[in-house]
Design a protein around this ligand. Structure first.
Ligand SMILES: Cc1cc2nc3c(=O)[nH]c(=O)nc-3n(C[C@H](O)[C@H](O)[C@H](O)COP(=O)(O)OP(=O)(O)OC[C@H]3O[C@@H](n4cnc5c(N)ncnc54)[C@H](O)[C@@H]3O)c2cc1C
Length: 412
């Protein structure tokens, strides 16, 4: 889009910043505006559940380098509330209208809230942003009891940080194993072992049935679990996954109605209408984008990983500038998480697997390697303490040349 003189990026975080950088790197010299609803310049989120919690909510400052992207108009603390793709405007909450010739949607995701109940109508604490991390980190004092609801990657990291801070931790998970839906039961059992070895009271197949404030004013929470037990916690944090921040697009005519929401895109990250036609001049990237992926046989997926936000931002920006020669987004997704000094790494789309092959499971050495397959083809892999082995899996995924798997362990 050499003719494009005004590009607006909505969402001033990882994907938004990288889209801005790509646009300038690829020679866009028109007006570039980066809009974000948070009052901060772009910052990095992975350290929030790691170093920031471990530091009791204090620094390190996780601000991303953003002043090196030249000539960007920043509008921080300015939520976008409406998109009109026909008039080509974005409206901000203060009523300001931003005209654009090209638009990148990079509004990411928000923490899925714990549903309000009659006994506890206030929102339960979650972890998505910098302020959340500071508040949660400050509450992780030695000897305190912390209840974490949800033992996914984020809940697991919160539990690990709380243990490292000397808290007593109860980790409640509705499924029979942590992470079973994401990476399978074998890896889930491995992670469950890490939690229990660290002294976390992990309750699987269990939900919170009642949450009340108390016992006295300002004195934590009274909790009842579905296994019938009751306890008092000083801090309760819900880690129930993330939902795409697409609420401001409801009346835009873009398709945000797929399962789990998000902006449905074509393989070139161009936003689509519900009838599948492309919305001219609009691309999306990062946690808000629902993108067809070769490893999902072309089905649209929300990926939600750090690396993917950067890779998609580069593609979305490039395709806005060069609509005549668009590049598809087909990078192999990758993810990492840190639990008790063990780094879990995954490549591909393990959640789409039909079968899982166990290559190594050594809980004593804390080594794990599992591969994920669908229709006899590799679709993902996960390791703990065996990062070097992922390179081969990544290469295989990149070349889409998976062979049928000889020995297969069922998904359970
Ligand atoms: C605590 C935590 C730990 C993580 N750890 C890992 C990890 O170890 N490994 C990994 O691979 N990934 C991890 N992730 C995920 C990774 O951080 C995300 O994939 C990444 O941040 C996505 O970037 P994004 O720019 O698409 O979205 P986001 O980072 O969510 O940024 C979107 C921005 O848009 C803003 N916004 C939303 N709506 C509007 C609006 N209407 N108007 C203006 N602005 C708006 C948001 O407030 C936000 O600032 C973690 C995430 C969290 C929260």
């Amino acid at each position: 889009m050499r003719a494009s003189r005004r590009i607006v990026i909505v969402g001033a975080s990882l994907a938004g910043l990288h889209a801005a950088r790509t646009l300038r790197d690829e020679g866009f010299d028109g007006k570039l505006t980066l809009v974000g609803d948070e009052p901060y310049p772009p910052y990095d989120r992975p350290p929030l559940s790691k170093r920031v919690l471990l530091g009791g909510g204090e620094a390190p400052d996780t601000t991303l380098p953003f002043t090196d992207v030249p000539d960007v108009v920043h509008r921080f603390g300015a939520p976008a509330v409406r998109l009109d793709p026909v008039a080509r405007t974005v409206t901000l909450a203060d009523g300001w209208e931003l005209p654009w010739d090209g638009l990148v949607i990079a509004t990411g995701a928000r923490a899925r809230p714990f549903p309000a109940t009659r006994t506890f109508p206030r929102p339960v604490c979650t972890l998505r942003g910098r302020d959340d991390a500071r508040a949660l980190g400050a509450s992780l004092l030695p000897g305190r009891h912390v209840l974490v609801i949800g033992a996914g990657f984020l809940g697991g990291e919160i539990a690990a940080a709380a243990r490292a801070r000397g808290c007593r931790v109860t980790l409640v998970e509705a499924a029979e194993q942590p992470l079973a839906r994401a990476v399978g039961a074998v890896a889930g059992a491995f992670v469950a072992g890490l939690h229990r070895e660290a002294g976390v009271d992990l309750r699987t197949g269990t939900t919170v049935t009642e949450l009340r404030a108390g016992p006295g004013a300002g004195e934590g929470f009274r909790i009842t679990l579905s296994d019938g037990t009751t306890s008092v916690a000083d801090t309760v944090v819900a880690a129930l996954g993330a939902v795409p921040a697409d609420e401001w697009l409801t009346d835009s005519g873009l398709d945000v109605t797929g399962p789990g929401g998000g902006v449905r895109c074509d393989p070139f990250l161009r936003a689509l209408r519900p009838d599948g036609t492309v919305v001219s001049g609009v691309t999306a990237a990062g946690d808000v984008a629902r993108v067809p992926h070769p490893l999902a046989d072309g089905a649209p997926v929300l990926i939600g990983h750090w690396t993917n936000a950067i890779e998609q931002a580069a593609v979305a920006a490039h395709n806005l500038l060069h609509p005549g020669e668009p590049r598809p987004y087909d990078a192999v997704p990758s993810f990492w998480a840190d639990l008790y000094g063990v780094r879990l790494r995954s490549v591909g789309l393990p959640a789409g697997a039909e079968t899982i092959r166990l290559v190594e499971n050594d809980p004593v050495a804390r080594h794990l390697e599992v591969t994920h397959h669908r229709a006899g083809r590799l679709v993902g892999a996960l390791t703990a303490g065996r990062a070097a082995r992922l390179a081969a899996h990544r290469r295989e995924l990149e070349h889409r040349r998976s062979a049928p798997v000889p020995a297969v362990v069922g998904r359970g």
